[in-house]
Ligand binder design. Structure first.
Ligand code: BES
Ligand code: MN
Ligand code: ZN
Length: 498
């Protein structure tokens, strides 16, 4: 889809999108179109009982004076009350409208009845971003056109407004974030027969084009580092485990480094503690944490962020096999702490344990955030709207929650407590990899905390939100890239020099 920005004028044909404010008010160009059509727009709004709520929409076809045009009128809600996020939702609304009427292109008049030209550039850039987000489709493996689920490919959106250059610049910044989100969505959507750990590492290498330093470790190197907790998980797979380190040094004057750590289980069968057949295919997205980290690196490098960030992802496949890890095995993690593996399906924490340790040892980050599709229990607790956030540092956690809120990635603060921590003590080793029946997401977080020392640390359990079964505001159903926009915003707000 091409997105372009041009000067404000009255288009004479095609699909034209107009914004409608409270009490059905139109902008300047909108009003002159209304006059040219002998009041067709206002009349239609009235007959349709249009309330101008955010995202309300009606279409008007071939009105007198504009017989080659279709108008889509979109409500913006209360006067001046729309923010960036709402403007992005308008973009998604427009895409839905165009898709359902099979339109291939549209002109969007970025004006409202009472907005300044500054407001209009923000409106255009964010509507464009939302449109781009919502028009994503994973159709790599569809070989036949006209398939019922196939989307019409909208090929062109043109925004018209007073200061098209300012809007274009704003959108260019946002489109780097979109690049990261789309990259993550592509990775998460990829089927696991293709998406092996090595394939994932190869995808990470693409980031070097943006100036990210990418290093890949295979099993021999990880064995040398004694990352036995991670290696145990991949030991039943014919696909070699990989660890990818991605470094973005955007601020040479600062020693502050943020560490981002992602669970990248390219497929989780459960291992010898095999999962039931029903729904197992969902485990292609068990690398959603790694996807979010990779997508974030893509975004921040793309927009040249003035921050130092290191992304580390552990890429492993959890398979049952003659050589697979057994329940009851005891592994010695890189930290030296021993772990009794009581359930081979609680594998994500084993991968993260070594990554968290490695990140601290090598990079001495001032803060670390891990993202993982870690537990089914977080879905029991929070459903599929909120991700769970755990943190050892309250203020840090609050910053992440606030960043998430501003991009509509919802995070709920979950508790850590020494009483939960006790529950993973093992009689045979330093700890076991599962707790008792209740509070499974919490005991998983407690497990991770044992590998974080005193570094400011947060853990996002994104099992419920990495994938969506239904279309939801900016996102088409499927991979959501949850975390990319939150982390990008967090870095913008708290890790970049201004
Ligand atoms: N990858 C799963 C968690 C998961 C479940 C992610 C559903 C997305 C959707 C994780 O590795 C897992 O299997 N966790 C187990 C832990 C249990 C064995 C303690 C779980 O949640 O059942
Ligand atoms: Mn598992
Ligand atoms: Zn898993």
């Amino acid at each position: 889809m091409r997105i372009s920005f041009g000067a404000l004028k009255i288009p004479t044909q095609g699909t034209i999108v107009l914004f409608v404010g409270k009490s059905r008010k139109l902008g300047k160009v909108g009003q002159s179109i209304d006059q040219k059509t002998k009041g067709a727009l206002k009349r239609s709004l009235k007959v349709a009982n249009f309330e101008s709520k955010l995202g309300d929409k009606i279409s008007i076809f071939a009105p007198w004076g504009h017989t080659n045009s279709t108008f889509i009128l979109v409500g913006i809600g209360e006067d001046k009350n729309y923010n960036e996020l709402q403007a992005q939702k308008l973009g998604a609304t427009i895409i839905e409208a165009l898709q359902s009427s099979n339109e291939l292109s549209a002109v969007i008049l970025s004006e409202t009845h009472n907005s300044s030209s500054e407001d209009n550039t923000l409106l255009a850039a964010n509507v464009a971003f939302g449109a781009r987000m919502r028009s994503y489709a994973y159709e790599k493996y569809k070989t036949k056109r006209g398939n019922t689920t196939q989307k019409t490919n909208i090929n062109k959106l043109t925004f018209m407004l007073d200061r098209p250059n300012v809007a274009r610049n704003r959108f260019n910044g946002l489109s780097k974030i979109a690049d990261g989100v789309d990259f993550a969505r592509d990775l998460v959507s990829e089927p696991s027969n293709i998406k092996t750990p090595k394939w994932m590492a190869q995808q990470c290498r693409k980031l070097s084009r943006l100036g990210v330093k990418v290093e890949v470790m295979g099993e021999p190197q990880m064995r040398k580092l004694q990352m036995n907790a991670l290696l145990g998980v991949g030991q039943g797979s014919v696909n070699e485990s990989q660890c990818v380190i991605m470094r973005w040094n955007g601020n040479r004057n600062s020693k502050k480094t943020l560490g981002l750590i992602g669970k990248g289980v390219t497929f989780d069968t459960g291992g010898i503690s095999l999962k039931p057949a029903n729904g197992m295919e969902e485990m292609i997205w068990d690398m959603g944490g790694a996807g979010a980290v990779i997508g974030t690196m893509c975004s921040i490098a793309g927009r040249n962020a003035k921050a130092n960030v290191v992304g580390i992802v552990g890429l492993v496949e959890n398979m049952p096999d003659g050589n697979a890890q057994r329940p009851g095995d005891i592994v010695k993690s890189m930290s030296g702490q021993t772990i009794e593996v009581l359930n081979t399906d609680a594998e994500g924490r084993l991968v993260l344990a070594d990554l968290l340790w490695y990140a601290q040892k090598r990079f001495k980050p001032s803060a670390m955030i891990d993202l993982a599709t870690l537990t089914g229990a977080i879905m029991v607790a929070l459903g599929r709207e909120y991700a769970g956030l755990y943190t050892s540092k309250e203020e840090f956690g609050q910053k992440i929650i606030a960043a998430g809120k501003s991009v509509n990635e919802k995070l709920w603060h979950m508790p850590l407590d020494p009483e939960y921590d006790k529950q993973i003590n093992s009689p045979r080793a330093d700890m076991k990899n599962i707790g008792p029946r209740w509070g499974g997401s919490i005991t998983a977080a407690q497990f991770l905390q044992r590998f974080t020392n005193s570094v400011d640390w947060a853990h996002l359990d994104i099992a419920g939100v990495a994938w969506s079964d239904k279309n939801k505001d900016l996102m088409e159903k499927g991979a959501t890239a949850f975390g990319v926009r939150t982390l990008d915003r967090l870095i913008q707000d708290h890790f970049e020099l201004r």
